[in-house]
Design a protein around this ligand. Sequence first.
Ligand code: DC
Length: 216
Amino acid sequence: MVITIDGPSGVGKSTVTRAVAAEYGFDFLDTGAMYRAATVAALEAGVPLDDSQAVADVVLKSDIRYVDGAILLDGRDVSDAVRADEVTGAVSAVSAIPEVRHRLVGFQREWVVKRNGNAVVEGRDIGTVVFPDAEAKIFLTARPEVRSARRAGDAEAANLSTHAIETKLRERDFRDSTRAISPLHAAEDAVVIDTSDLSLAEVVSRVLEVVAASRC
Ligand code: DC
């Protein structure tokens, strides 16, 4: 079965995804890491990010793979590079390009097929666009101040002030939820869980309840 976990950044998606995957013995796919790797490719090629065609050309020539929790760009492990502040600042522009999304969505579907359709996949449009027929769909949310505080604990935000983290989060949310293609929103049949006042264990246990209910 495919379990989709969508939501904005700072809601705990990655941690919850890994815990749920471990519970079922499934592999997990971090689709945000794929958009970040596409962004690394564009930045390294030095193409202007507002030139959608040039960015798309670079991405279509790149080999982006997600293997055992690591993200590979043309065979090179870029798991650390994709977390750089420069990449976080540029990824919304790259992920709004239709050709880029089309390519990466194709990779994501193939990745799940190779696992016989058993996987936990996290992102922004997984329940709405990539796997609209997934058996269990979760959409995680949290209050903005809680999300900023959580981001402050991430390595990529280590050198940023609280104000800078909040501003960047708000800007990225705006771009991700207002873009023309696959904007961030909950699927109609997703179960929305507000993680603001829940521990990780509580969120995981709610997600497992949703998955168990969907299997009945
Ligand atoms: O989850 P993350 O912060 O690593 O994602 C990085 C960016 O990638 C995010 O700003 C939006 C984009 N993204 C997307 O457009 N679609 C996805 N399925 C996953 C991420």
